[in-house]
Design a protein around this ligand. Structure first.
Ligand SMILES: [Zn+2]
Length: 128
């Protein structure tokens, strides 16, 4: 999955959707899709793959995922700029498991890591 600035995400998505479309409509796949249940199951698989892909790309573009030098601790409100690290989470979404990578900071006062809970731009506006 591309996680950069998003160039190519749309093309990759459309290419994947085209491939999935063929699993439903290609002539050689029709013997697999005879009953209503088979057709419905295939359509559901395709829609879940599309949902998962859209979510993964959107999460990868999350501004909170990278770039901040400091963030406000959601517990005590102090600015934390130490212990910055990446944390990868696996999230069970409606369409299946997706990977979500975010930055975490360490608050020395609270002695805990946290992920910024609001856009970094809001912290920047506050002079952080
Ligand atoms: Zn704190």
């Amino acid at each position: 999955m591309e996680t950069g600035d998003g160039r190519g995400d749309k093309a990759a998505f459309l290419e994947e959707m085209s491939r999935l479309y063929e699993t439903m409509y290609a002539a050689e796949r029709q013997p697999e899709l005879v009953t209503f249940e088979q057709r419905e199951r295939r359509a559901r698989e395709i829609s879940q793959a599309a949902q998962k892909r859209l979510l993964e790309v959107h999460l990868a573009r999350d501004p909170a995922a990278a770039g901040a030098e400091a963030a406000t601790c959601p517990h005590c409100g102090r600015v934390a700029n130490r212990g910055k690290r990446k944390r990868t989470r696996k999230v069970q979404a409606l369409a299946g498991e997706v990977v979500w990578e975010r930055e975490e900071f360490y608050c020395r006062r609270c002695r805990r890591h946290f992920s910024p809970s609001r856009p970094v731009a809001e912290d920047r506006e506050r002079g952080i």
